[in-house]
Write a protein that binds this ligand. Sequence first.
Ligand code: FAD
Ligand code: NA7
Length: 461
Amino acid sequence: MLVKNPFKCMQGPTSRQASGAGPSGMSYLYQDRKRRDSGDTYEVVCYEKQSNWGGLWNYTWRTGLDEYGEPCHGGMYQDLWSNGPKECLEYPDYTFEDHFGKVIPSFPPRAVLFDYLKGRWEKANIRNQVRFNMLVKSVTYNKETDDFTVRVKDLKSDMVLPSETFSHVVVANGHFSVPNVPEFDGAETFPGRILHSHDFRKASEFKGQRLLIVGASYSAEDLAMQCRKMGSGNVICCWRTKPTGFKWPKGIEERPNLTKIDGNTIHFKDGTTADVDAIIFCTGYLYKYPFLSETLCLKTGLRMYPPGLYKGTVWMGDGNNKLMYLGMQDQYYSFTMFDIQAEWACAVIKGSIKLPTRDEMESDISKWLKKEAALKDCYDDIFFQTEFVCDLAKEVGCQHNLNVKALFDKWEDDKYADVLTYRDQVFSSVFTGTPGIKHHTRWIEAIDDTLETFVNQTPNK
Ligand code: FAD
Ligand code: NA7
């Protein structure tokens, strides 16, 4: 989401801050703008390696390396529609109705969500704080001066700029851009295409092909459904720890993990085999921070509460509480979670929220980790993340109730009831109270995912 990219922030007369320009990084700029008063002299800088803002929502056709030879950040695809109801990620101070001037259905395509994000950022007039085509190369903490040295490369001129000093750093580079690609016996004998979901751009490419999808989470579910929608052959999804539990429509089935690949033939743990034409690894992502020195680096996999972060945000390692991470959690809540984290981080950096003692911070983290260890299913996860979001909201004195647990629970119920129709369901905004509206076309039949078709053909109520 974002970022994402590293952000740094300095305070005081010479202070500055930097970040990436995905939803998390932009939330930091947004919240900083909101809290800034005339006496504030610090500077906030956001470095973004891409030429536009939006993070993952800034769709790219590229895969592999970008135009500068850097790893391509984006892993979103053309046919992507929101995988959760938009009412679960709606900003309380900028609702979808505010943006579109009318009620739109609950599961918008990618372009519609990107448009919404841009609308909020444009209204806040924060684009000029983003330095585009700037890759953060390194961040180190200086103990003696209690600040950070940051090196940035101007990708257009291919020049590393003179190093700069920042009082704070906010890391918002996202954690869904470095693919986790496992090794499977015999993969080199497979005659068809093997790819990771990060390189998937167009479901229609797989028209008529029999597919093996490895994984049992969001990408596996979505790519299986998208490919069938766009005319692929049968799809087999295989799982490592547990199956998705969905009642799949005709043409999609689940099996235990593959054991080996022999030419076109896939062998599975249950002793069965199947011939396929393409293999898509939906095996998730790795957390990587190549720009951070070792002592600043969060080491984790996908978790509801990545360890070592007070309030899920302040880095407890080196950096004297002046390095913050945004959006590093596994995500049910997304935009609103990044936003409340950003607001909290701003309040800490500006000094309106005082951090407790180190012991108290450690004990708070332990409390959350203990709760995390007891989570059993997605409903528990949602409860946990609701508590996390509401805890931050309470600390910053947020006027809005960000608790959308009931909507998330219904969304999970809908998905388990019918994975084919959950995106046709209707949710109402908790902020406007306006009743939701059905989309004019069922998701499975909606091929045109343009903003014009989705928004303009929705009737005004
Ligand atoms: P990102 O969006 O990843 O943004 C990070 C930014 O940091 C990027 O702009 C990147 O270019 C920049 N950056 C990285 N490294 C550097 C560097 N060294 N220097 C400078 N800049 C750098 N969430 C939902 O709520 N709904 C969905 O339907 C949904 N679908 C998803 C589908 C896919 C395929 C994926 C991968 C994720 C999806 N997500 C979805 C989750 C997504 O993580 C968030 O919506 C959101 O994009 C996270 O925002 P972010 O700012 O934290 O990270
Ligand atoms: P996730 O949610 O991290 O899921 C990765 C899946 O891949 C998960 O089911 C893993 O199973 C599975 N996996 C990982 N390694 C293997 C191996 N070796 N063999 C079989 N299966 C494996 O990533 P997604 O891409 O689905 O979702 C990421 C975001 O993108 C998400 O927030 C969405 O909004 C879109 P496990 O359960 O660990 O055994």
